[in-house]
Write a protein that binds this ligand. Sequence first.
Ligand SMILES: C[S@@+](CC[C@H](N)C(=O)[O-])C[C@H]1O[C@@H](n2cnc3c(N)ncnc32)[C@H](O)[C@@H]1O
Length: 382
Amino acid sequence: MKTVWVNEKAARELKRGALHVYAQNVLRADANAGDWVEIKHGRETLGMGFYNPKSAIALRLFTWGEEAPEDVLARRIEEAARWKGKLYGDTYRWVFAEGDLLPGLVVDRFGDVAVVKNQCLGLERYLGFVAEELRKYGVDHVYLKGKGAGRKREGLPPVEKWLVGRIGEYVVINEGNARFYVDVVGGQKTGFYLDQRENRTELERHICPGDKVLDVFASTGGFGIHAAVAGGEVTFVELGRAASRMIRRNLELNGVDGKVITADALKTMEKLERKGKRYDVVVLDPPALAKGGGDVEDAKKMYFRINMAGIKLLKEGGLLVTCSCSHPITPKDFVGIVRGAAEKTGRRIQMLGSLRGQAPDHSVYLPQPETLYLKCMFARVE
Ligand SMILES: C[S@@+](CC[C@H](N)C(=O)[O-])C[C@H]1O[C@@H](n2cnc3c(N)ncnc32)[C@H](O)[C@@H]1O
């Protein structure tokens, strides 16, 4: 058995449920990069996982028992399919990496198509096995996708390929009263932001026919399409050309109209404000502006500016739907930022219900606090 010994600090953290051991807490390794190893503190076995001495996260724990990686993968995939299928039928985030105790692995399911992303060196050679497991639950096509910095940090090359089957066109999914095309190959991330599902369907309840809605950072139109289906007159703002084209396709798919502005969000909002445009609803869903490390203060300033710009565009009593998917920005930080932005623009703000978060299939594993990342606030602005 390959073995890696960790120090007292790492042992304490693993016993609390953490899944990561940082490189500085590894004492000795009788293993090579990518090996499935027993993790030990002295004579005590703490669990098993993958080892990568070249990564800042040198060990990723997958199980506290003595198991082969195939057994752990098969078991967790089966468990997740069972409970997530109950909630969502055949479209859900099947594996949310650390959130589902499979560090580094993400799987989104869109009917009979699954998209896999991997950021764990040792797991890479088991992806064929993962794809075969997914097939047991009615998946016929599995696409492997990954270009990000996370793979680079693990020493993994960029990858884009079909592992099983292949589809030539987009998948169509249902979400509440709306339908969406998902471009698993060309789209952002896995092709669709499933994490905002409940927040998007919630928006429908707040829309009256004829409401003027501005969906900023729209991606393929998620929030705005729901608003349009509920009778809103929607303007979408999105920087990406491919995403903007997909908004138009999604409008058509749902038999509704809308205006798409392909441009920078902040500049567009400032321009609309100068022109005197005002909206009943403004949705702000920027990409992750802080990813950890030293960028948190700059990100807070940017969220502040974005929220100020959005609030200024709201009519009296308008609805602000504002989000942050940056895990280093805590829910408390985020509420403070939105409150500050309202104060600075001289508007009064009321949060409607509690602060919302990610969809439940993006499970939050409490010992790995970064798995809680999405904040979404519905607020009324006087
Ligand atoms: C988190 S996604 C939005 C997801 C979307 N609300 C949904 O429900 O599917 C953020 C989007 O912002 C876009 N974006 C990034 N920077 C931008 C900018 N400066 N101006 C406008 N859009 C931008 C990205 O292309 C991406 O589609």
